[in-house]
Design a protein around this ligand. Structure first.
Ligand SMILES: Nc1ncnc2c1ncn2[C@@H]1O[C@H](COP(=O)(O)OP(=O)(O)O)[C@@H](O)[C@H]1O
Ligand SMILES: [Mg+2]
Length: 455
């Protein structure tokens, strides 16, 4: 290496040189021993590892077994000349990226062009200008390094893009689910507001009907007593009054009126109860948990589902068996919990109805009555309140069990099931209440859902 070259080097070039020393290999393929010797010395002094071969075939072999970082290739060689060697190296995908610099005679312009056309990156001319050879080689090694780096980055980028795309599509899926859940929750909450509004509006008129019924009842009792007294004390009231008594059937009215009043009272009490349940059920949750009676929520939900529990032409009534423990008030989001009770009870009713249809079909019109039941139990231990909702429907196989908490998973016909009930319930119990929701079921054995809420 010339002093001039060394003098011009800055410290980062020195580092590069160190780097060259250990890592970069140059293969020289030339049939002239003199050339080989010169190049070997020049390159060796510059810190490169140098391999030499004297003909194209062994050059190619060397490249395949021990791929160099750069190839210096003589044009004129016996048998396989430099152009052919270059063509073969370029044709092989495993060697085509190794930069090739042709060694040509200064005068052969045609050779230079041909070499470059074949895929060589550059040429050096004989006789060698040492500094030029080193400078060109160093430049092409740098280019190759950059190219390799670029390739690596490109590949990494592709992997990253793929990963990001996957992530994004997963996020998008999740977003869709969340959006649907929000819509569902929003629907329920606006329905809740509507119900609460109606319950509030109905509350006043029902209130004064109920209060006035109380007085009306008293007045009627008094009046009937008075009429009785009249009848007793006026033995001869006159034909006009007697005709009226007979026409209106006073005896019947006197007997019927108190019954009528008490059934009207019963009616208003029922309406009041329903309104109270509706208000309980549709209570809108704020940001903070509230202390509530969980049984009240279950009762309100049952009340709302009452019409689905009753007997009708195709099946007997669904029996609801309650096994409640004494519970303290629990801190929770009551509206959300009611939604969970609603989802679980509605599923139980669905499966009991379906099981009933199946039992009719399976037995070829022979109706084997099953006694459809839903059992609701509550218990308490040191840290949890547990609510169990169990049905004696057909249960589910493991394949269904595995997916029941997945959003949109449903086995019900389109339009009947949304597949959101259990996934929303799961979210409400686990995420919003820090509890857990478990399901125990097997075919023919019914299904039990266990809700555990910490307090
Ligand atoms: N009590 C149950 N008995 C049997 N299968 C049930 C019961 N509850 C839920 N499943 C199964 O879980 C599925 C998902 O329930 P859910 O999330 O509420 O959605 P959907 O009721 O709209 O189908 C149901 O389609 C049903 O297959
Ligand atoms: Mg459901």
């Amino acid at each position: 290496m010339s002093n001039n070259y060394l003098n011009n080097m800055n410290s980062s070039d020195e580092q590069e040189l160190e780097f060259h020393k250990n890592t970069e290999t140059i293969l020289v393929i030339d049939d002239s021993p003199t050339n080989l010797e010169i190049l070997h010395d020049v390159l060796g002094n510059a810190g490169y590892e140098v391999l030499v071969e004297m003909d194209g075939a062994s050059g190619i072999e060397q490249v395949e077994t021990n791929p160099p970082d750069l190839i210096l290739l003589d044009v004129m060689m016996p048998k396989i000349d430099g152009f052919e060697t270059c063509r073969r190296l370029q044709a092989d995908p495993s060697t085509k990226d190794i930069p090739i610099i042709f060694i040509t005679a200064l005068t052969e312009a045609e050779e230079k062009v041909k070499g470059l056309n074949l895929g060589a990156v550059d040429y050096i001319t004989k006789p060698f200008e040492q500094q030029e050879v080193i400078a060109r080689i160093s430049l092409h090694l740098k280019l190759r390094k950059l190219n390799l780096e670029l390739d690596k980055q490109k590949q990494e980028l592709e992997v990253r893009v793929k990963e990001r795309t996957l992530e994004l599509s997963q996020t998008l899926e999740q977003l869709k689910h969340t959006q649907l859940q929000l819509v569902q929750t929003e629907k329920i909450s606006s329905l809740g507001q509507l119900v609460a509004g109606v319950a509030h509006e109905v509350n006043n008129p029902i209130g004064f009907i109920s209060t006035n019924l109380h007085y009306a009842n008293q007045y009627i009792e008094d009046l009937l007593i008075l009429v009785g007294l009249f009848q007793k004390n006026c033995s001869n009231p006159g034909s006009e009054i007697e005709a009226q008594i007979e026409n209106m059937d006073l005896g019947h009215i006197a007997k019927d009126l108190p019954k009528l009043m008490s059934s009207m009272k019963l009616g208003t009490d029922t309406i009041k109860g329903i309104m109270q349940s509706l208000r309980n059920f549709s209570r809108t949750d704020g940001d903070k948990k509230k202390l509530v009676d969980i049984h009240q929520g279950i009762e309100a939900t049952l009340m709302i589902l009452q019409h689905r529990l009753k007997a009708y032409s195709k099946r007997p009534a669904i029996q609801v068996i309650k096994d409640y423990s004494i519970l303290p008030k629990i801190k929770c989001y009551p509206g959300q919990l009611n939604q969970v009770f609603m989802n679980l009870l509605a599923n139980a009713i669905d499966v009991l109805e379906e099981s009933m249809n199946d039992s009719i079909c399976v037995n070829h019109e022979e109706y084997i009555p099953i006694n459809p039941q839903i059992r609701i139990g509550t218990t308490i231990d040191k840290h949890h309140v547990t609510v169990t909702i169990a049905d004696n429907g057909k249960g589910m196989p493991e394949s269904v069990m595995n997916d029941i908490f997945q959003p949109f998973f449903t086995t019900k016909p389109e339009g009947k099931g949304t597949g959101l009930g259990l996934s929303i319930s799961y979210q409400i119990i686990t995420e919003n209440h820090g509890g857990n929701l478990q399901c125990i079921s097997s075919p023919g054995e019914g299904t039990e859902f266990i809700i555990k809420i910490p307090f």
